[in-house]
Write a protein that binds this ligand. Structure first.
Ligand code: DC
Length: 233
């Protein structure tokens, strides 16, 4: 009995909730809200690729210099606090969350060896009392051992409307049709089988949630119900 208790102390059960999904499906919002509600750690895996691009550019590197970019990833040790990405005591999320860094991240994210380094950084986020991780390969590659896996998707027109609302607030001037075209291209890139293990696809043991006509609160309820059914919360 004492051994069991000691063992549980050394190896506490750490629930992992992994969420993948198409762009503007609502996965980021749901993941962050779930982490806040459950007081779990939160991993926005896209932020890691954005951060590597940021650091590489800050060091004056060319993002196509794969070897140097991989080296940058090997030497970063960011602190994640909720949505904050803290480097040298400064939250750089307001900088790296821009479209510009999304674009830079997309240049480096296909580098296979970089993904292996980032894989280790992501696994280090498994900490008590639990983890909510979101991205494109969370369920199918990085956290295949997750206790609950979700795949969020929605009709492309609905996703474009959501993004159009955000972009209008940022005054980007893009039309709804332009955003639909961008999302179709993004889906094709993300789902391309040539991406190998980072290809966006639902996990075989994942729950697919169509968010076309359900709001965030309803998606949250579906997710929380699944977690309760799995007895992880
Ligand atoms: O989700 P995001 O826009 O922050 O992602 C930024 C880039 O990183 C995007 O090009 C996709 C890539 N990415 C990835 O390849 N794998 C992940 N798990 C998360 C993001």
């Amino acid at each position: 009995m004492h051994d069991i208790i000691r063992n549980m102390k050394n190896n506490p059960f750490i629930p992992i909730i992994a969420i993948d999904g198409t762009a503007s499906s609502g996965k980021g919002t749901v993941a962050y809200k779930l982490a806040q509600k459950l007081e779990f750690n939160y991993l926005n895996s896209g932020a890691l690729y954005r951060l590597v691009a940021y650091q590489a550019l800050k060091d004056g590197l060319d993002l196509t210099d794969e070897e140097k970019v991989i080296n940058v990833a090997k030497n970063i040790s960011p602190i994640f606090e909720g949505k904050k990405v803290i480097v040298d005591d400064v939250d750089i999320w307001p900088i790296i969350s821009t479209q510009e860094y999304g674009q830079h991240a997309s240049v480096i994210s296909p580098i296979k060896e970089l993904r292996e380094v980032v894989f280790d950084l992501q696994r280090k986020m498994i900490k008590t009392p639990g983890l909510v991780a979101e991205g494109r390969d969370m369920c199918t590659h990085v956290f295949t051992d997750a206790h609950v896996k979700f795949y969020l998707d929605a009709d492309v027109k609905e996703r474009a409307k959501r993004r159009h609302k955000d972009e209008t607030e940022k005054q980007s001037g893009k039309t709804l049709d332009e955003i639909i075209d961008e999302l179709i291209l993004r889906d094709q890139r993300d789902k391309d089988p040539k991406r190998g293990s980072s290809q966006l696809r639902p996990a075989e043991d994942g729950h697919i949630i169509d968010t076309t006509s359900v709001n965030i609160d309803e998606v949250m309820k579906i997710c929380l119900d699944h977690c309760k059914n799995k007895n992880i919360i």
